[in-house]
Design a protein around this ligand. Structure first.
Ligand code: ADP
Ligand code: ZN
Ligand code: ZN
Length: 740
């Protein structure tokens, strides 16, 4: 009898390009192993968690050189083989180490050796052993002061099987829960771990809208194509009822007992989305986002994998959720930049979602009012099915955009006379204003009035931003900080003044200009503490503040019914940027913010301050709208053969001296590449950052095939190059930012 060794190939969740081969341990048959298993392996002097990629009969290494797997971990934490196929596909597409790709798909706790607790979560429900009368009596006995306990009892009896995170989110505390248990009003049990099944009352039909004709055509069109791959773009103006369309398609998928993955840019910013889903569907909904702790993430992952979660609402990395019975993927605001991961594994969640839908053979629906040019081109060329919603669902109208010519205006604190007047009028009518300035801090620089010296970060050669509230100078490029100096670093003069204006200063000036009204600032600085953003947004909707100042953070998805004036203070940077996507992003921002103005019954207005009101891009956008703007921009891109009419990859390299990255990039890009154009090495737009010198190499091809083979050749050269450990490098497929 011949004995055939079986080799177990694994990926280790670390950034290493290769996979590793092990033997099965003596106490386990090789056949026990299959793709997706979590195993413990010896690695150097350590033990690490690894994931089985495949089991094969062949191996280049002699058996006596191979080590054996230490342990096969419980199957609750196993990935499916279909997920391994999908993750391998992503690793190939992005030319990224498989181990690192897999670690994106695993909750942190499953990357660690420490055993995890995947026992079902505890939950609470109304005491089933007591009659309604008995319960009523017990409630009546609760002290008057125990209003919170009563409310919690109400909450639990209405929802049933409710978990601690849900109780906590609803604003209750542990002692109230314990009190109700002691009084035998409620009991504790375990969340039943069964795959989700749609029930009669799972859909709240009362909440459903009668669809408009446009909506109905889309819903029925897509609903006829469930259970196979198809990709749809819903291009609908803000408030045209895209969400209602998603909800009615989701309903159909849930009725088939299948799961739905909904990707959104940022959950913290759009609590309305969640509440709309919860109102419509009485099914288990789980959230996946960066605000969860490690254990909550693990629970979400596990409930999704068991098929218990019917709907997963997730940010970027949720695209790797381990769906057990996938039926549909929805990507809301598909144009949003936050879907692209800008470090490490640089995937784009929208593109990955489409790959995944294709692999799973299910539909994927992209929705937005301002499609990215990539997506729009795919829709116009017929690769995706193109659906449009051209009318608002409610009565309100989209706000028009008005350009303010700064050259013709008296300017005070960065505000033109026209804008000041408009703000005053709006406030006097009892409405709110929203003012965008995409610059955090008090001022983007400080300078000496005697000698024009500017305080610069030595590691980046860029001015420090003044953060007056904290008494700090902060480099927005590398994050370094120092205390504000009292004197000029050059001539010693004490006449140091801020240059330019950021949100912190703007807020202060607005308080001076409009002393009868309250202003609030919403940016990354003012919302750093957990819960702060929600608190400020709540105050805004309670009308405690009339003036909102903020960065782009405020442009996303909020619903402020009383904001009727939106002002954008400075768009000119985008008009002259060398980044070919800058005008697209500017147009998306302007259109999204005009969607914010006057969403309720009151009409809204958007005012944009610019030095270049005649600029053709602005003119086109203002007079002809995003649709027209986007089609024109596509024509320009086609002529220039840039994405989406060509494909790009960007190699970035940085080191302590300028010579190293540029010579590494030069060496690896030598010679000709079939059908692939290579530009560079050139210095990055910001050549120096955090003490490192940065260069890049841009690859462009008209066909992905050529791009990918060039990337492969370059990667092989890189990995053999003597400088590869002295230079930090990365490759970015379909880069979104060519600056850096
Ligand atoms: P979008 O997602 O395109 O911004 P929404 O789905 O949020 O649009 O719809 C905007 C508003 O119009 C919401 O308040 C929604 O409840 C309402 N709405 C949507 N569809 C309809 C409809 N067919 N009839 C009446 N109201 C609708
Ligand atoms: Zn000076
Ligand atoms: Zn710096």
């Amino acid at each position: 009898m011949t004995f055939i060794s079986r080799y177990i190939q694994v990926a280790i969740p670390v950034p290493m390009r290769q996979s590793f081969t092990y033997l099965a341990p003596e106490h386990l048959n090789e056949q026990t192993f299959s793709a997706g298993d979590r195993v413990l392996v010896p690695f150097g002097s350590r033990k690490l968690i690894a994931i089985v990629l495949k089991v094969s009969n062949e191996c280049d290494v002699a058996d006596n050189k191979l080590k054996a797997i230490v342990e096969l971990l419980p199957s609750e934490s196993k990935l499916s083989s279909s997920q391994i196929d999908f993750l391998s596909l992503c690793a190939r597409y992005y030319h990224h180490p498989i181990g690192d790709v897999i670690s994106q798909a695993l909750p942190v706790l499953l990357r660690q050796i420490k055993p995890v607790d995947l026992t079902p979560e505890a939950c609470w429900f109304k005491n089933p052993d007591k009659s309604e009368q008995e319960l009523e009596l017990l409630i009546a006995k609760l002290a008057k002061s125990a209003a919170k306990q009563k409310a919690l009892y109400q909450f639990i009896s209405e929802h049933g099987d409710i978990t601690w995170p849900e109780i906590r989110m609803a604003g209750f505390i542990k002692s109230q829960l314990t009190a109700l248990m002691n009084k035998e009003l409620i009991c504790q049990g375990e969340v039943a771990s069964v795959a989700f099944k749609c029930k009669e009352n799972s859909i709240n039909v009362e909440d459903k809208h009668q669809l408009s004709v446009e909506q109905a055509v889309i819903v029925s069109g897509i609903n006829q194509q469930l259970n196979k791959f198809s990709c749809h773009l819903i291009d609908g103006i803000t408030g045209s009822g895209k969400t209602e369309v998603y909800l009615q398609i989701i309903e159909e998928v849930l009725k088939q007992d299948k799961q739905v993955l909904v990707l959104v840019p940022e959950i913290g910013l759009t609590p309305q989305t969640l509440s709309r889903f919860e109102k419509r569907f009485r099914v288990p909904i789980v959230l996946h986002h960066s605000g969860l702790n490690d254990n909550e993430r693990l629970q979400t992952w596990h409930r999704t994998k068991k098929g218990e979660a019917a709907i997963v609402i997730a940010t970027r990395s949720g695209v790797f959720s381990p769906l057990q019975a996938p039926g549909l993927i929805v990507i809301d605001e598909e144009h949003d930049g936050s879907f692209k991961q800008q470090e490490g594994f640089r995937y784009h969640a929208r593109d990955v979602a489409i790959l995944r839908a294709r692999q799973l053979n299910i539909p994927v629906v992209l929705g937005t009012a301002t499609p990215s040019l990539e997506t729009l081109q795919n829709a116009l060329s017929g690769k995706y099915q193109y659906h449009q919603l051209t009318k608002r669902a409610g009565k309100s109208n989209i706000a028009g955009i008005e350009l303010i010519d700064m050259a013709k205006q008296q300017i005070e604190f960065g505000l033109s006379g026209t804008l000041k007047k408009a703000i005053q009028d709006t406030l006097e009518r009892g409405e709110q204003v929203l003012i965008f300035l995409n610059r955090r801090g008090y001022a983007p620089a400080i300078s000496c009035q005697e000698c024009n010296w500017i305080a610069e970060c030595k590691r980046c050669d860029k001015p420090y931003t003044l953060h007056q509230n904290q008494g700090l100078l902060v480099c927005h490029h590398c994050g370094s900080q120092k205390r504000i100096m009292p004197q000029c670093g050059e001539c010693g003069s004490i006449r140091i003044k801020p240059l330019g204006q950021g949100t912190e200063q703007l807020e202060q000036r607005l308080v001076e200009l409009f002393p009868d009204f309250s202003a609030v600032r919403i940016d990354r600085d003012s919302t750093r503490r957990k819960g702060e953003l929600a608190k400020l947004l709540e105050q805004v909707s309670n009308k405690e503040h009339q003036i909102l100042v903020g960065t782009q953070m405020l442009a996303k998805g909020h619903h402020f019914p009383d904001v009727t004036l939106v002002a954008v203070l400075d768009v000119d940077g985008a008009l002259f940027s060398y980044d070919f996507r800058a005008p697209e992003h500017m147009a998306q921002l302007l259109v999204q913010v005009s969607g914010r103005a006057g969403r309720a019954s009151k009409p809204g207005k958007v005012m944009v301050q610019t030095q270049y009101p005649e600029h053709p891009l602005l003119q086109d956008l203002v007079h002809n709208g995003y649709q027209h703007f986007a089609r024109y921009a596509l024509m320009e891109r086609e002529q220039a053969r840039i994405p989406p009419f060509g494909f790009q990859a960007l190699f970035r390299a940085e080191a302590n001296s300028a010579g190293l990255p540029s010579s590494l990039l030069r060496d690896i890009s030598e010679g000709d590449f079939e059908q692939c154009l290579i530009s560079g090495p050139i210095a990055a737009a910001q050549e120096k950052k955090a003490g490192k010198f940065r260069f890049h190499l841009l690859l462009q091809a008209s066909d992905r095939k050529y791009l990918h083979s060039a990337v492969q050749v370059i990667l092989l050269r890189l990995e053999k190059h003597k400088l590869q450990h002295k230079v930090r490098w990365s490759v970015d497929i379909d880069p979104q930012e060519l600056s850096w």
